[in-house]
Structures are given as C-alpha cells and as structure tokens.
Design a protein around this ligand. Structure first.
Ligand code: FAD
Ligand code: UDP
Length: 411
C-alpha cells in the first residue's frame, strides 16, 4: 500500500490541485462518478471535485469521432438498455435517445443466425422438419417469451431439448466464451452466460428492455451535460494514486486495515467516492485481482454499411469475439463506416492494459473481499462502480447504484 506521509504537513505549500476544500472527492468520471457527482451537487448542494486520470470524461462509455468523422466508442460498443423508470428519467434529463434496438447475428460456419438464440435462429440452423420439432419441444417446456440460460437448458432431460441445447452450447457459447474468458461456460459464474439466454420467442433484438437506444448526440455530450453544474469541478489527467495516500495499521495478530486516507498529504474530513479498481488503489497489496482486458482493431470502408446488423458475434471461428459497425448503433448518416474487432486478452499488466471485465467467480470474490475488509473502518469512503465493486454491472445498473448511494448519503 502507498503509505501516507507521516511528516508534519507544511500548510504554506499549496495543494497542486485544491481538493481538500471540497465536500466530496469523486475518483473517476464514468457513469458511477458522474451520476453521484451530479446528485450530491444538485440535490445535496455539495461542492464536488472529480479527479479523472484520462484526458476525457465518460469512462468506458466515452465516444469520439475517428479520423474520418465516424462516431466510435473508444472502449468498446455501449448500448444503453434499462427497465428502470428512475434511471431512464434521470439520464433523459441530459440527452435524447436515438431509438436504436440492438441486433446481433452469430456467424456459425458462415451462416448468420440471430442471437440471443431464439425461435427464428432454430429456423435458420436446421431443416424445416427438425426445426419444427425443436420449436415445439421448447414451447412445450417454456411459455412463449421465456428466457432460459444455456446451462439450465443443458440440464433438461427431454432428448430433443438436450440435442438443441448441445448444438447451441457448442455453436454459440463454447468458443466465444473460451475466447472471452479463457474458460468454458461451465467454469464461469452461470450469471455470465445467462446474460444472453436462449429466447423462447421470435424477437430478434439483443435486449428486450423497455427503454433502449443510444444518446442521440453521443455519450460524451451526455456526460458533459451531466457534469455541467456549478457545484462540480472536473480535474482531468489526474491519477488518484498521486493524490490519495492510505494510512494503514496492523494489530498484534497481523490484521490490517486502512486507518485514514490523506488527500494531497493532508487530513481530509469530506467523503471520498472511489470508482476505480480497488486492488490498484492498494498498490496490489494482496496481488492482482483477475480481470479480462481487450484490444480493438479498426477497419474502415468507403461505403455506408458493410454488416447487415450492428454486431456480428464470431462464435465458432476467428480470434476476435465480435465486430461492431458503429454507424448502426449511432444512426450516424455518413458514407464511410468503421468496424471494430474485439480481441479479449488476459489481464496481467496494469501499466499498459485496461481491466475491462472483472472475472466473476467465487475465489475472486473472496480475494476482492480481502481488499474490501481493509476499508471497513472508513465510513466516509465509498466504493461505487464496476471496478470498485468488482461486479459485472451494465451502465443502467451503475446509474441506479449511484442514485441509491445518493439517497443514502442525502438521507
Ligand atoms: P468506468 O466507465 O470504467 O469509469 C471509471 C473511471 O474511473 C474511468 O474513467 C477511469 O479512467 C477512472 N479511474 C480509474 N482509476 C482511476 C484513478 N486511479 N484515478 C483517476 N481516475 C481513475 N454496459 C451497458 O449497459 N451496455 C453495453 O452495451 C455495454 N457494453 C460494454 C462493452 C464493453 C467492451 C465493456 C468493457 C463494458 C460494457 N458495458 C456496457 C459496461 C459499462 O462499460 C459499465 O457498466 C460502465 O462503464 C461502468 O461505469 P463506471 O463508472 O463504474 O466505470
Ligand atoms: N456469449 C457467448 N456467445 C455469444 C454471446 C455471449 O458465449 O454469442 C457469452 C459469453 O460468455 C459472454 C457472455 O455470454 O461473455 C455475456 O455476453 P454479453 O454480450 O452480455 O457480453 P458483453 O457485452 O458484456 O461483453
């Protein structure tokens, strides 16, 4: 852990960035940081300082124009979808929505098949008689509209369902999951593959949520609007590790905890809301938590569209998991197009890689808990967000958690 400086502080030396006069310091300007900052500034009248180590706001949802004017998502494709009225109402204050409904096709040996695998996918994969038998078997077992995790479907005793489940497992989940996680579907938390269930329906959309789309002008303008409040100041290109120092203690038995967090080497009585990776904040004191990273490779074309839908998942071939053509998502009307290929990577070098996905598994949660326990005695230190909480949250879930934390802090 980065120990706090114990030497007396010379108050005549000014803070490089004035932070200790804030009521709240928020680390990170993604959905977690921006939402809690807005809420505490607006509803709570608090003075909020955000520090963000990137040179832009928006976290992993940040978007920008590429060198040919195509709006891309710099950290991978982000499609907003939610069933939460509250989240949607909150975000809709800062943007309009373009009404996009995400569609994904799996490339299964050069045949393009709707994903989530559904009743239309059956039609696309099998001869008519067999397709009919599979459809009937599914509809006899589950009501129309049901969503069934692939691992759950694999356990069904009916021979036709088992056959179908094995096909879907092998052709949709196995190789994609091996690429994405380096593990077989049965070796990761079932909730991960259940995010993309088998859908007993004819609905070809990737998400069935009530509200879905992308911000009409993009995510970055949404963030600009959210952070445009007199109570909020944003300091970009500032790494929390240069600002925060943890003062840790140990008892006779070797139990350790963080006693205090200094800001610019000064005592700080306000709240700190941290949305980055917890193991990193602690200098990887107990080792690196498992994450997966990604590399993106871009292809540019001189035509309006090259894919039939926004995303193609390569479920039996290629090193990349999926390709996304951004203009489908953004509804940008432009005569050139950009497609991103996503290459999953093991995460082993925090200096050069981004920890995109926490790897959800029992042992990893225990390792995270060890870090979490270090902060048990700090009531004004809060962990919020996908990295800080080490959970596989979507954007809307993060916004919801930030709204709930604001409720709690503002009484
Ligand atoms: P982030 O967006 O990661 O923001 C954290 C911020 O903290 C970053 O800006 C980071 O630079 C900053 N930070 C970290 N450490 C420090 C530090 N030490 N000092 C200063 N700043 C720091 N969700 C959906 O709902 N729909 C999707 O389609 C979707 N697609 C996704 C695709 C990919 C490839 C990935 C990886 C995620 C996707 N998500 C999607 C999830 C979504 O990205 C997250 O839910 C959301 O970004 C989490 O917001 P956050 O604020 O917790 O984290
Ligand atoms: N998945 C798969 N094949 C697919 C789509 C998803 O095996 O065609 C599995 C894979 O393990 C993936 C998980 O389901 O990591 C969740 O997929 P999702 O599209 O939600 O992933 P994200 O968009 O978060 O990367």
């Amino acid at each position: 852990m980065r120990k706090a400086a114990r030497a007396p502080i010379d108050e005549s030396i000014e803070e490089p960035i004035k932070l200790t006069d804030s009521d709240v310091i928020v680390v990170g300007a993604g959905f977690a940081g921006a939402t809690i900052a807005r809420e505490l500034a607006e509803r709570g009248g608090q003075k909020v300082s955000i520090i963000e180590r990137r040179s832009h706001i928006g976290g992993n949802a940040y978007d920008c124009l590429d060198d040919r004017g195509v709006l891309i998502h710099a950290y991978g494709p982000h499609i907003y979808h939610t069933n939460s009225e509250r989240v949607h109402e909150f975000l809709s204050r800062f943007t309009e929505w373009n009404g996009y409904n995400h569609k994904v096709l799996a490339d299964i040996h050069d045949k393009l098949v709707p994903v989530p695998f559904n009743l239309n996918s059956i039609q696309a994969c099998f001869p008519p008689e067999l397709a009919k038998a599979y459809r009937q078997a599914l509809l006899a077992a589950f009501p129309l509209g049901s969503k069934v995790g692939i691992l759950e479907l694999m356990e069904k005793p009916e021979p036709l369902l088992r056959e179908l489940a094995t096909y879907v497992y092998e052709n949709v989940f196995l190789h994609y999951t091996m690429k994405q996680w380096g593990l077989k579907p049965d070796a990761i938390d079932p909730a991960v593959t259940a995010r993309v269930p088998v859908l007993v329906d004819y609905d070809d959309r990737y998400f069935q949520d009530t509200y879905q789309g992308l911000p009409t002008a993009g995510y970055t303008p949404l963030f600009e609007a959210m952070l445009d409040h007199p109570g909020i100041s944003v300091h970009k290109d500032v790494d929390a590790r240069e600002v925060l120092s943890l003062d840790n203690e140990a008892d006779f038995w070797g139990h350790e905890w963080v006693n205090e967090i200094f800001v610019n080497n000064r005592p700080y009585d306000g709240r700190i809301i941290y949305t980055g990776a917890l193991d990193e904040l602690c200098g990887w004191y107990y080792g690196l938590l498992p994450y997966r990273s990604l590399d993106f490779s871009y292809r540019q074309y001189n035509q309006k569209h090259v894919q039939p839908v926004g995303t193609i998942n390569y479920t039996v071939s290629q090193d990349y998991t999926r390709t996304t053509e951004y203009s489908w998502l953004t509804c940008q009307d432009i005569d050139v197009t950009t497609v991103a290929e996503e290459y999953p990577r093991a995460f082993n070098d925090p200096a050069s890689q981004i920890p995109y996905y926490p790897v959800i598994a029992h042992d990893n949660q225990l390792a995270y808990q060890r870090y979490l326990d270090l902060f048990a005695d700090l009531p004004k230190f809060h962990l919020l967000g996908r990295l800080a909480e080490y959970r596989y949250y979507n954007m809307d879930q993060i916004v919801e958690r930030a709204l709930l934390l604001a409720d709690q802090l503002l009484g």
